[in-house]
Design a binder for this molecule. Structure first.
Ligand SMILES: Nc1ncnc2c1ncn2[C@@H]1O[C@H](COP(=O)(O)OP(=O)(O)OP(=O)(O)O)[C@@H](O)[C@H]1O
Ligand SMILES: O=P(O)(O)OC[C@H]1O[C@H](OP(=O)(O)OP(=O)(O)O)[C@H](O)[C@@H]1O
Ligand SMILES: [Mg+2]
Length: 281
């Protein structure tokens, strides 16, 4: 039984997706013309596909698991479910128009909207009871306004530089916050999936946590443990110094320098930070 996994073949998600899989111990293609790759040792096969199509393959059950964008999953209407946020490929989905012309979503009424995400836009308009026409374009939607094909666009915004260059500005609230996600079929308990899920989760944890070691006097331990409680609780070992203990605890990478300052303040010494390379929670 081989777990069949869909991976973005190009575009904004492809490099980071393969990187996370490689870190999780899987083989990845070395040539981006390869369309599929069997990793027999790990019992998985990877299929390199357009991220927009990945939700459909997984939803239909042709493939077991996939990596794609949350916005693309929702846009496709596929029945696959999001099982894990992967922390890369972040973007926001926005309406945008000529700078200064639009301020509220009510102004969308009766307008022509160009987008590559017709599913997301139509669902949003329907939920708000806004009547507007939606045109599907494959890309470069920013140009459609200048060419007179649309009044407004709805598109992915990452840094905002593409919009600025086109003289456009977002208006209204964010329609959708997106990032790369792992998707699977909601109903099934696919063999091998749980191992795959845990391996990828291990990479994310290893990226976002570090290991902290320190020595402290027994009498100050409670205060220190309050600052850094760890996942289950700190590991406390005897130290070759009367009244002192050695403590080991996993802490979030973000804020770890500040935490070292705070631990020092309450009496911790020889505080060490080390990277975690892999992990199973
Ligand atoms: N700067 C960005 N441009 C486009 N998509 C981005 C960006 N940052 C993150 N994403 C996310 O990547 C996914 C789109 O990937 P996809 O490969 O379809 O688009 P792309 O990089 O624009 O590729 P292409 O336009 O060449 O088909 C979406 O989930 C989107 O939210
Ligand atoms: O906010 P930014 O950082 O500028 O990124 C957002 C832009 O990037 C994407 O376009 P892409 O380069 O994929 O071209 P496309 O329109 O042909 O898909 C997206 O469609 C926006 O145009
Ligand atoms: Mg694009």
């Amino acid at each position: 039984m081989t777990l069949r996994i869909a991976v973005p073949n190009k575009g904004a998600l492809s490099v980071a997706a393969s990187e996370i899989l490689r870190e999780a111990g899987y083989r990845q293609r070395s040539d981006n013309k390869e369309l599929a790759l069997i990793d027999a040792e790990n019992g998985v096969e990877f299929f390199y596909l357009r991220p927009r199509d990945i939700a459909l393959y997984v939803g239909e059950g042709t493939l077991d698991v996939g990596i794609t964008g949350r916005d693309l999953l929702l846009d496709s209407g596929a029945t696959a479910t999001e099982v894990m946020q992967l922390g890369f490929g972040r973007s926001r989905f926005h309406f945008a128009g000529p700078a200064g012309e639009f301020t509220t979503l009510e102004q969308l009424s009766g307008k022509r909207i160009a987008t590559s995400y017709v599913g997301v836009v139509e669902a949003f308009l329907a939920a708000r009871g806004i009547d507007a026409s939606v045109t599907r374009l494959d890309g470069a939607v920013e140009t459609s306004i200048k060419l007179g094909v649309a009044d407004v666009i709805a598109d992915v915004v990452e840094t905002g530089s593409t919009l600025r260059a086109a003289g456009l500005a977002t208006f209204g609230e964010v329609i959708l916050d997106s990032e790369a996600v792992m998707i699977a079929r909601g109903d099934s308990d696919i063999e091998g999936f749980e191992i795959f899920r845990r391996r990828v989760e291990g990479v994310l944890v290893a990226r976002s946590f570090v290991m902290m070691d320190y020595d402290i006097e027994q009498t100050s331990l409670e205060r220190a443990a309050g600052l850094a409680p760890g996942l289950e609780g700190p590991t406390i070992s005897p130290l070759g110094k009367e009244g002192w203990v050695a403590v080991r605890v996993m802490v979030p990478r973000a804020g770890s320098q500040r935490l070292m300052d705070d631990l020092y303040e309450v009496g911790a010494r020889a505080i060490l930070l080390t990277d975690i390379h892999a992990c199973r929670l």
